[in-house]
Design a binder for this molecule. Structure first.
Ligand code: F6R
Length: 364
């Protein structure tokens, strides 16, 4: 049931504040002071490394989580694409944990990666949406993301729910490893509790993002740029856009543009810069200026401070709410989802059932 929405994808984008609130509620104690999940049974002090394996959007969610887990819990994280990992058969550290992240829990390459990690003696975690899935059954510990059924082929609410649950996991690991105390844990959870409200405020900016998306839809190609936590969001934005509009889009770590992709910049290609005013903003600002200096059209998604600094220079800008750097990915996820959705509407493509794609990739 799409409710009042034209497409499942629109419904699922709009649902995200309540999905995140529900997932957070399920991952924390009743008094809301500590993370409570099945992965607590693992002794994380003895874990040398966490390996996360996934495909597509789940792979990008894992890249966001890597920053969270390394920064908050100081645990080294390796991210792998399932189809590469399973055939490369890498050595895995003794006592290590391997987590497979999958909305459907049935993705063939992700399942094969799980079986490989198990055979290598790793403790395995399955972070899934579908709790009756094969990956949930076969993992040593199954962790649900509580996103509810996702019907649109392009994943939206599962992406943000994955990031939320992985962030909560990071907080639990940090506590177990003695990196944060009880007050530190509460502070992190308070931060995560702000996500539903900030996402709702971002969703309220849909008309502005729609106007930008319509302009972007007229181009043949688009580039998404970001640094740090915004780099996986740039990859996710490009994936969403190509999936449902069939436009050519690429996501890049902004510092990489001068190593090649800046050659693509011309007067017609929109360059979408994901630009919160965080510690990396100045670096990103110089990348935006490199693009502008080559007559590129920079569409900046930033917060008020970031947009003020670039006003008069960029082609277009959309101002999102201010947010802690660790929370910003949730807001920028909504923005890139709306860009893809409204560009697809402008192009008249089939949003919920894009050509050549299936919701669950059970063959390799
Ligand atoms: C993109 C998308 C795909 C899936 C990928 C993994 O919008 O939906 O890239 O993310 O096929 O699927 P799961 O998470 O079910 O393993």
């Amino acid at each position: 049931d799409k409710g009042q929405h034209r497409h499942f994808m629109a419904k699922e984008i709009h649902e995200q504040p309540s999905v995140i609130a529900r997932a957070l509620g399920a991952w924390i104690s009743e008094d809301r002071t500590r993370v409570s999940c099945a992965a607590e049974a693992i002794d994380w002090r003895a874990v040398p490394r966490l390996t996360i394996v996934a495909c597509g959007t789940a792979h990008y969610a894992s890249h966001v989580a890597k920053v969270w887990i390394e920064r908050v819990a100081r645990l080294p994280v390796e991210i792998e694409i399932a189809s590469e990992f399973r055939y490369r058969e890498p050595p895995l550290p003794r006592g290590g944990v391997t987590m497979v992240v999958s909305q459907s829990g049935e993705t063939a390459d992700s399942l094969a990666a799980l079986r490989y990690a198990k055979a290598m003696g790793q403790t395995t975690l399955g972070l899934v949406n579908v709790t009756t899935s094969t990956i949930a059954r076969e993992a040593d510990v199954a962790l649900p993301i509580h996103a509810g059924p996702e019907i649109g082929v392009a994943s939206t609410k599962a992406f943000t729910a994955m990031v939320l649950c992985l962030s909560a996991l990071a907080v639990m690991i940090a506590r177990q490893r003695g990196v944060i105390d009880a007050a530190g844990e509460r502070a992190r959870l308070d931060l995560l509790s702000t996500v539903p409200r900030l996402m709702a405020e971002t969703i309220a900016l849909e008309p502005q993002i729609e106007a930008l998306a319509r302009e972007i839809s007229e181009a043949g190609d688009a580039l998404f740029l970001g640094r740090g936590l915004m780099y996986p969001l740039a990859l996710e934005g490009a994936l969403k856009l190509k999936e449902i509009t069939y436009m050519h889009a690429e996501g890049y770590a902004a510092g990489e543009i001068k190593h090649g992709p800046i050659a693509l910049v011309d007067e017609t290609t929109p360059v979408i810069a994901l630009a919160p005013h965080d510690a990396l903003f100045d670096k990103l600002a110089s990348n935006m200026r490199e693009v502008i200096g080559r007559k590129g059209r920079v569409a900046m998604i930033g917060d008020a401070d970031a947009c003020a600094e670039m006003s008069g220079e960029v082609w277009r800008s959309v101002t999102l709410p201010r947010a802690d750097p660790l929370v910003a990915p949730f807001l920028y996820a909504v923005a890139v989802q709306f860009i893809a959705y409204h560009a697809a509407l402008a192009k008249g493509t089939d949003v919920d059932q894009p050509r050549n794609l299936a919701k669950s990739v059970t063959v390799e």
